[in-house]
Unconditional design. Structure first.
Length: 388
């Protein structure tokens, strides 16, 4: 049985790590308006607390404060919060806490809609659990099925992946989920679209009847109520989506969105022709090419990235603080996920929309659905707000 740390020993770890003081000057209330909780208040395993502090987390964000203690009780959760507010750690921390490293079976599954998000989420889990000896496996479509089968013959405690590949492995009897007590769904709105929902529901039937489900997203479609009523047991509801607009600051890196693959390539070509550097990425590119572009952009080798909506969900690059909608999105969910790429984890971000006459109806509808006003760019930018 794991010994529980006391508050003083946890403080010692933090001082040993010599973490810099948190700079909250450029953060929004999504991460600063907390209740004042500490990670030590949740009585987490010592090894997990070490990983949390070493990753640079000092105090829980509001979504973490709302979710972590409830998840640790075993309750189902339906959580809605903006991108960049710490949603990933809000479910990764309780998942890691509840895994028994001695029991070599799959005890938790984290479902995500894309390969990129699966890799990123597993990386977060590995960093947080670096002292815990938890075996984490990533599995997604478009990779070697044989390699996955061989890996599953070794101990796996936590499985992170896309629904189709995990279901395939479960149907083959290779991925055994009878002991999987937790299912976390990130970008749950995408996982509940017609492309994914039937697969997700089949996958749930391979798990125990008393499994715990944690659902996180920035938006939820109408289908979520039916899914919630069918699979969640008296879920705890978290809604931190009162403020939907994002403020901005000077450009570090920018993401420019287009509505089609063809326009992504044309715009990237034009940007390059007029003398600016940019990368581009879209859904029709080979996976290894997409991985390389994403890796290089994340490492700061280029300041501008042109893409389609492949890139909107859950991709966490903290240097991105400006999003430009070169093509205005057609619905509010897409708009919200696009602008959520800027201002990660509460830092200020700027979203710029280029509007044509034909976009006026979509603009009005999105404003109404989100309960916000997309304002015209002012003639004179207030340096105190946008350029700190």
């Amino acid at each position: 049985m794991q010994s529980q740390p006391n508050a003083s020993s946890s403080q010692d770890w933090k001082s040993e790590l010599r973490l810099p003081p948190a700079d909250t000057r450029y953060k929004t209330e999504d991460v600063t308006a907390t209740k004042g909780n500490e990670f030590e208040d949740y009585f987490l395993k010592r090894e997990l607390l070490m990983g949390i502090f070493e990753k640079g987390f000092e105090k829980p964000s509001p979504i973490q404060e709302e979710s972590i203690p409830i998840a640790l009780t075993g309750s189902d959760i339906l959580a809605r919060a903006k991108n960049g507010t710490g949603k990933t750690a809000a479910f990764c921390i309780p998942v890691l806490e509840k895994i028994d490293q001695v029991n070599n079976v799959i005890q938790a599954v984290i479902l995500v809609p894309t390969r990129e998000l699966a890799l990123q989420t597993s990386h977060v889990c590995k960093e947080l659990g670096k002292h815990m000896n938890i075996q984490i496996m990533v599995t997604t479509g478009g990779t070697s099925l044989k390699d996955d089968i061989m890996r599953l013959h070794q101990p796996v405690h936590l499985l992170v992946g896309t629904p189709g590949r995990i279901l395939d492995l479960a149907k083959r009897g290779i991925c055994k989920l009878k002991d999987c007590a937790m299912l976390a769904m990130d970008e749950a709105d995408k996982l509940l679209t017609p492309d994914f929902q039937p697969t997700v529901e089949q996958l749930i039937h391979f798990m125990p009847a008393d499994r715990q489900i944690l659902m996180f997203s920035a938006t939820y479609p109408a289908t979520v109520k039916e899914f919630k009523d069918r699979y969640l047991r008296n879920p705890y509801i978290v809604n931190l989506m009162d403020e939907l607009t994002l403020k901005g600051l000077q450009i570090n890196q920018s993401i420019i969105f287009c509505n089609s693959v063809n326009r992504v390539e044309l715009l990237a070509k034009k940007i390059t022709e007029i003398g600016y550097s940019c990368f581009y990425i879209h859904a029709k590119m080979p996976q290894n090419h997409r991985n390389r572009v994403f890796h290089d952009f994340r490492n700061g080798e280029c300041r501008n990235l042109v893409c389609n909506d492949l890139f909107t969900r859950g991709i966490d690059i903290q240097a991105v603080n400006v999003v430009i909608n070169f093509d205005f999105p057609k619905n509010s969910d897409t708009y919200l996920h696009r602008v959520g790429r800027s201002g990660r984890f509460g830092h200020l971000g700027l979203a710029v929309n280029l509007i044509t006459y034909e976009d006026r109806f979509n603009l009005y509808r999105i404003e109404q659905e989100l309960g916000t006003e997309i304002k015209q760019i002012p003639t004179v930018i207030d340096q105190k707000i946008y350029c700190r």
